[in-house]
Design a protein around this ligand. Structure first.
Ligand SMILES: Nc1nc2c(ncn2[C@@H]2O[C@H](COP(=O)(O)OP(=O)(O)OP(=O)(O)O)[C@@H](O)[C@H]2O)c(=O)[nH]1
Ligand SMILES: [Mg+2]
Length: 177
């Protein structure tokens, strides 16, 4: 964040309002520097979602995305929501510097390979910041809703079987001859 490289892991909480619901997000900002790679990988395992960022004017940062995506893919639980963000879009329009610009089509293809959603963003102009966080919040909310629905299903089917068992027990206990 800011001009300082993340050392290890930063943590923040924030609430996102989506479709009149509030989704509470815990954001774990892991460092992108190589020496923190193994530390960062430990956090992917427990994540419900992973957001990866590269700089749209920096080919090397885009080149690094693939190996990070591989790490993420090998670390996360199935069903974890992945998102790729091309940051610093503001620099492209200011400089008109298309020479080093990674075009969104190329990035979108890479994101697609890893089943990740994709946005171009700018923390300077605010481009797509709200949109991408809302998008991720929706994915997480939908997955949580599915998990809750599955749990309710399992509990209610266990209850059916359980109550039959209980009924039989109480019957046999209650029956005196
Ligand atoms: N112009 C522009 N500069 C940005 C943008 N986002 C970040 N920066 C700048 O880019 C530099 C690096 O940003 P960080 O947020 O520290 O990058 P990081 O990916 O967290 O870096 P690590 O913590 O080292 O992994 C800082 O100087 C930021 O001010 C953006 O959207 N536009
Ligand atoms: Mg950082």
């Amino acid at each position: 964040m800011g001009n300082v490289s993340s050392e290890g892991v930063d943590f923040q909480v924030c609430n996102m309002k989506v479709d009149k619901q509030v989704v509470a997000l815990q954001l774990w900002d892991t460092a992108g520097q190589e020496r923190f790679r193994s530390l960062s990988k430990q956090y992917f395992r427990k994540a419900d979602g992973v957001i990866m960022m590269y700089d749209v004017t920096n080919q090397q940062s885009f080149f690094n995305v693939r190996s990070w995506m591989e790490d993420v893919q090998n670390s996360v639980e199935p069903g974890t929501s992945l998102m790729l963000l091309g940051s610093k879009k503001d620099l492209v329009s200011i400089n008109g510097d298309v020479g080093t610009y990674i075009y969104p089509g190329e990035a979108r293809r890479l994101a697609f390979e890893y089943n990740a959603s994709f946005f171009e963003t700018s923390s300077v102009t605010g481009l797509n910041i709200d949109e991408c966080m809302k998008y991720m919040s929706r994915l997480l909310r939908d997955r949580e809703d599915q998990t809750i629905a599955k749990t309710i299903n399992v509990l209610s089917s266990e209850n059916e079987h359980g109550s039959t068992g209980a009924f039989k027990n109480s019957c046999s206990c209650g029956t005196t001859s």
